[in-house]
Design a protein around this ligand. Structure first.
Ligand SMILES: NC(=O)c1ccc[n+]([C@@H]2O[C@H](COP(=O)([O-])OP(=O)(O)OC[C@H]3O[C@@H](n4cnc5c(N)ncnc54)[C@H](OP(=O)(O)O)[C@@H]3O)[C@@H](O)[C@H]2O)c1
Length: 261
């Protein structure tokens, strides 16, 4: 974008998980393009960080890691207008629900629920003070259709959705909006790696491998996974003033995978 005012000029944003070609990287690029100053985080520092002052190496699955991100945001940005919590993830748990240990459950809830709770708790006071803010939590369609191989993940995303709804209600009178974005299959760089690995392991081409993954989640009527940039577009809308009356809502982006109404 060039010339004139951009939609998020002057806004200060925190995006978790902003590297490795994932959804967070696309959100970081999209919000930056719209004029926001975006501080992002990941556990490892990529070689090609353009603005080191806008990157914090930190594990948001821990209380200390979240505190480090929040402190950097308040110090380096001087406050926060937008928070997009993208980090999350699942491990395949092939042994069934009874094989899950306390650690399996705690690990899933640490990144998929507590990272949001802790980050919001640290950053919301400054948003409330200024009477303005927008928060997006990235969940998953698994919060509604849990897969049997990722039970703690689906449960944690459901908890994140419930928490987000309550937060939205409590924050609305203070000028802060809270929404969730629930993706289906998104072809991130990581997902592309998985498609290739499964293709090699099964001796099939990548289209077949991709189709098998799509079938495993019940198919995608649109015929393809979403792109990270498409999820970023939705997030960019939700944090903008164009969405000024939208709060407490879940926004599914799944190419039609969910068949429920
Ligand atoms: N991709 C999909 O199909 C899909 C579908 C539904 C929902 N989602 C949700 O969308 C979100 C993003 O998924 P994605 O596929 O884009 O992820 P991804 O490609 O695996 O990207 C993960 C990003 O987060 C960082 N990260 C991971 N764990 C972290 C931690 N504990 N602390 C700080 N940074 C961390 C990674 O960098 P480091 O490894 O260096 O830390 C990387 O920057 C997740 O919440 C996921 O549950 C994704």
């Amino acid at each position: 974008m060039s010339g004139g005012m951009r939609e998020l000029d002057g806004r200060r944003a925190v995006v978790t998980g902003g590297t490795r070609g994932g959804i967070g990287a696309a959100v970081t690029a999209r919000l930056t393009d719209a004029g926001a100053r975006v501080l992002t985080t990941a556990r490892s520092t990529p070689d090609d960080v353009v603005h080191p002052e806008l990157f914090v190496a930190s594990d948001v699955g821990t209380a200390e890691g979240v505190a480090r991100v929040a402190e950097a945001a308040l110090n380096r940005l001087g406050g926060v207008d937008i928070v997009v919590h993208v980090v999350g993830g699942s491990r395949q748990e092939p042994g069934g629900v009874l094989a899950l240990s306390d650690d399996d459950w705690q690990d899933a809830f640490a990144v998929n629920l507590f990272a949001s709770v802790r980050l919001d708790r640290a950053l919301l006071p400054s948003m409330i003070d200024q009477g303005r803010g927008a928060i997006v939590h990235v969940t998953s369609i698994q919060r509604r259709v849990p897969l049997p191989t990722t039970v703690p993940y689906a449960a944690a995303k459901a908890a994140l959705t419930s928490y987000s709804k309550n937060l939205a209600t409590q924050m609305a009178p203070k000028g802060v909006r809270v929404n969730t974005v629930a993706p289906g299959f998104v072809e991130t760089a990581g997902a592309r790696g998985m498609v290739s690995a499964l293709a090699a392991a099964d001796g099939v081409d990548e289209n077949t491998s991709r189709r098998r993954i799509m079938d495993s989640i019940g198919g995608i009527p649109l015929g393809r996974p979403a792109r990270p940039e498409e999820v970023a577009e939705l997030v960019a809308f939700l944090v903008s003033d164009r969405a000024s009356a939208i709060t407490g809502a879940e926004h599914v982006i799944d190419g039609g995978s969910l068949r429920t109404i």
